[in-house]
Design a protein around this ligand. Structure first.
Ligand code: DAH
Length: 350
């Protein structure tokens, strides 16, 4: 065999041993058999040879080409097998007889807080009411002492529907229906109305860490004879202490809402610093949590209840806000993210 050809063959076989991937193998093929490859280059040396020598050199080059092609094909096949085996090894073994192991989801933090509040109020004798999300102007505003064109409507940027109804901006929209439903029992049997009604509310807000166009509230009312602000404070304090599992201090500040008189903002002592003042409570020691008040006589009258004989309190608890406080959630948008990893970091797998 021609010496040059022998060296080239040996060089090829050495390199072939080092090849680990299909890509390396392709590079090797090009280096030897490609247009500018080493085997092709051999043929350029035919110039000075006799006819006989040319023929035998050409035959040996062709033999080398065939051998290299065969070697490349064999190595390609073995690399494919190795790749396949590697892929198979990476697949976890699957035992059909094993019981399934699912990653359990968790309840949404707002659902958890809502249920806790519902349970506490139910244990204190409140009924739980459901109400629709699409309501009339009368339910959401007029029955609540907010007549058409009243400036108080500007506080809530409302989504109106083509049919004249609207997406409820506040759970207070159910108040009138509750008075109509339970009022007769109050009047005939003297049973106070005690109801809570959670729900989803909608307002045209631009979204940021503290604002969403969709949020959850829980409204509560109690109406009877001699119901006063002390009753309101008692129920709120009890409920919040249960939800936060510690004694909660509350205070009332005056606040304006057309459907209550007097109206209040109920604050709780800051849960982060305990009341001494920190960034979360703007160094006041208090967090604003729940607007409330004594139900306005016009609202009771509109619900068929005589305000001369009966009084009551109402509150509108922000469930979204409460869940943020309870689980230390800084960005409201996490609630709607739908990412399980985000949500169950707050609640664990419940
Ligand atoms: N509905 C009010 C709002 O969403 C909150 C509210 C305030 C509810 C005072 C009440 C109340 O029941 O007494 O802005």
């Amino acid at each position: 065999m021609n010496e040059e050809i022998r060296d080239l063959r040996a060089g090829f076989l050495d390199k072939l041993k080092e090849i680990q991937s299909q890509r390396e193998l392709e590079d090797l093929r090009v280096a030897f058999l490609g247009k500018k490859g080493q085997v092709t280059a051999l043929l350029k040396n035919l110039g000075g040879l006799s006819e006989e020598a040319k023929r035998s050199f050409g035959r040996e080059v062709n033999d080398l080409k065939r051998e290299i092609s065969e070697q490349l094909a064999m190595r390609m096949e073995s690399i494919r097998q190795e790749d396949l085996q590697r892929e198979l090894d990476a697949v976890p073994t699957f035992d059909v007889s094993m019981p399934p192991v699912f990653r359990r989801g968790s309840y949404h933090p707002i659902t958890l807080v809502q249920r806790q509040c519902e349970n506490v109020f139910r244990s204190m004798g409140f009924t739980l009411e459901d109400y629709s999300e699409v309501v009339t102007d009368y339910e959401c505003f007029e029955s609540l002492n907010i007549p058409k064109f009243h400036p108080a409507r500007d506080m809530q940027d409302t989504y109106y529907l083509d049919n004249g109804q609207l997406l409820k901006t506040q759970t207070s929209a159910a108040q009138n229906a509750i008075y109509r439903k339970y009022g007769p029992r109050l009047i005939e049997k003297g049973e106070p109305i005690k109801a809570v009604f959670p729900g989803r509310c909608f307002r045209n807000e631009s979204t940021d860490a503290c604002h969403e166009n969709t949020f959850f509230q829980m409204e509560g009312v109690m109406v009877g004879r001699d119901i006063s602000i002390s009753n309101l404070i008692f129920f709120m304090k009890t409920m919040l202490s249960e939800v936060f599992r510690r004694d909660i201090k509350v205070r009332l500040r005056p606040g304006f809402f057309p459907f209550v008189e007097p109206g209040f903002e109920l604050d709780i002592n800051c849960l982060i610093c305990g009341g001494s003042g920190c960034a979360s409570c703007k160094h006041s020691g208090w967090l604003e949590l729940c607007p409330c008040g004594m139900i306005h006589p016009n609202v009771l009258r509109e619900g068929g209840i005589d305000p001369e004989q009966y009084t009551g309190f109402a509150f509108g608890l922000g469930l979204t806000r409460l869940a943020m406080m309870k689980y230390g959630i800084a960005d409201l948008r996490d609630f709607n993210s739908g990412l399980l990893n985000r949500l169950d970091q707050f609640t664990g797998e419940n």
